[in-house]
Ligand binder design. Structure first.
Ligand SMILES: [Zn+2]
Length: 475
């Protein structure tokens, strides 16, 4: 693939027929790991890299010894305050599996580690010199957002905004340095593969920067986006949703995409916590509890019902169908009469996306079930809107409140009234079916809402606020 795209190895890109250049490079995160691994793999007892000076053209060789890092780590092992706090056992002695972990590499090539090494061995140390070069290079090519440079107060981490950036000069020097290193007659260096790939990709990055500002006129460029991280994380989700299978098939990729899509969309939005995320997986954990009529004071919330009809709530149709279909499916499992079942089951939907999922065994809800779902959904959305959310959270039994409120609304609802007034031919009142449906749907909505709250609590705990989690009382 690589040789197909790069016809001539001296040019960092090739032109395809569309006229746009195609830049071909390797994943930069991988290099950082490779450099560290190459270093660890040096044969001598100190694990030494012999490399030329970065700035001068003098022929003196510098020595970067990994043992320097090791010794610094050992020296500070028992100290409470450390010069190089990021040096952990895992970072200094990574197992073969831990060698895959980028954050451990970042502990080695790190500002604090660099400062620690400098304090310990002095500026002239080859190890300091080496870590500094690699760290500088990494900072430049790993800018993932616009504010990192400001937060870290490091101008190397700012996004590129023009082709006349000093950092490009550094990258050029870095390339020249790699060339000089390669020309050396030593075995204490990077492997040929790492060397070549590092050279090629670094030169491509500077080409991309120059092209972006001269060729296409972009506003800014984030070099950290030229990595395969996002792609890799997507694939890991494919693997996870395909039963932890490493080699996923094309069919599984399509299936996973559908699942991931459905997870990413649910219209319910809390005023306090933001959008409520929805995941089909959690539906398996939800048990059907019988609706018990306990006393809950709905009066403070009755005004919610007045809003319905006036307030438009954005409901994602596919997700709603998914939730309603699930509720219908669970309900029919408890029904023996086919007429009852027919009442909750539909045959097809107009939603293309959902119909695709139906082929893999999902239940289609009937129109009346979807209508009930929409109604419930709207009530829930209003309860967690800015006006009611605080009151809603202080309520003793949220599920009961939601059920009672919906029950009250249904009584005066034009098409949903049927649930209260009619019975099936077998004699079963439709209220029976209604109660089951509503209970399941309530659980799904409240469960997602609780998850959202918990996520926020974990976040605020990290910020030092130590509050005890209170779960919603809805079971
Ligand atoms: Zn029946």
């Amino acid at each position: 693939m690589f040789s197909l795209l790069v016809k001539n190895s001296s040019s960092p890109y090739s032109f395809l027929s569309c006229g746009f250049p195609v830049f071909v490079m390797f994943d930069t995160v991988h290099f950082l790991k490779s450099i560290r691994n190459n270093w660890l793999n040096q044969r001598d007892s100190d694990r030494t890299f012999k490399f030329p000076h970065f700035d001068s053209t003098s022929n003196d060789l510098l020595m970067a010894k990994f043992s320097d890092i090791e010794n610094l780590y050992k020296k500070e092992l028992d100290q409470l305050l450390k010069l190089a706090p990021r040096l952990t056992h895992k970072s200094v002695y990574p197992s073969s599996l831990e060698r895959q972990n980028v954050s451990l590499v970042c502990n080695i090539f790190n500002e604090t580690t660099l400062a620690g090494l400098e304090a310990e061995y002095g500026e002239i140390s080859g190890t300091v010199h080496f870590v500094e070069i690699i760290l500088r290079w990494w900072n430049i090519i790993n800018v993932k957002n616009c504010t990192k440079g400001i937060h870290k107060q490091n101008e190397l981490c700012l996004p590129f905004t023009s082709a006349s950036d000093d950092r490009l000069e550094f990258l050029d020097k870095f390339l020249a340095w790699l060339e000089r290193w390669r020309a050396l007659d030593t075995t204490s260096c990077l492997t040929t593969d790492t060397h070549q790939a590092l050279y090629q990709s670094t030169s491509v990055i500077s080409e991309v920067v120059e092209y972006s500002f001269s060729g296409v006129g972009v506003q800014y460029l984030l070099t950290g986006k030229l990595q395969t991280d996002n792609l890799e994380s997507r694939f890991s989700r494919y693997r996870q949703s395909s039963g932890g299978n490493y080699n996923v098939s094309v069919a599984q990729v399509f299936e996973s995409e559908k699942k991931l899509h459905i997870m990413s969309v649910l219209g319910v939005k809390s005023a306090k916590y933001g959008p409520v995320k929805f995941s089909p997986e959690i539906m398996n954990d939800i048990s059907i509890s019988d609706v018990m009529s306990t006393d809950v004071d709905v009066n403070p919330f009755v005004s919610v019902l007045n809003y319905i009809g006036n307030e438009t709530v954005d409901v994602h149709q596919s997700v709603l169908l998914y939730v309603c279909g699930y509720a219908a499916h669970k309900t029919t499992q408890l029904l023996s009469c086919t007429t009852c079942s027919d009442f909750v089951l539909g045959t097809h939907t107009t939603d293309k996306y959902f119909d695709n999922l139906v082929r893999s065994g999902l239940t289609v809800p009937s129109d009346i079930v979807v209508e009930l779902g929409t109604f419930l959904y709207t009530v829930m959305q209003l309860l967690i809107s800015e006006e009611y959310e605080t009151k809603f959270l202080t309520c003793q039994n949220q599920k009961q409140l939601l059920l009672n409120l919906v029950g009250q609304g249904v009584k005066s609802h034009v098409s949903l009234q049927i649930f209260v007034t009619d019975s099936c031919l077998c004699g079963r009142p439709l209220t029976d079916i209604y109660k089951k449906l509503v209970s399941i749907m309530c659980n799904i909505l409240l469960n997602n809402y609780t998850k959202l709250q918990n996520d926020h609590l974990i976040c605020s705990k990290k910020e030092g606020v130590n509050r005890k989690l209170k779960t919603l009382h809805y079971f």
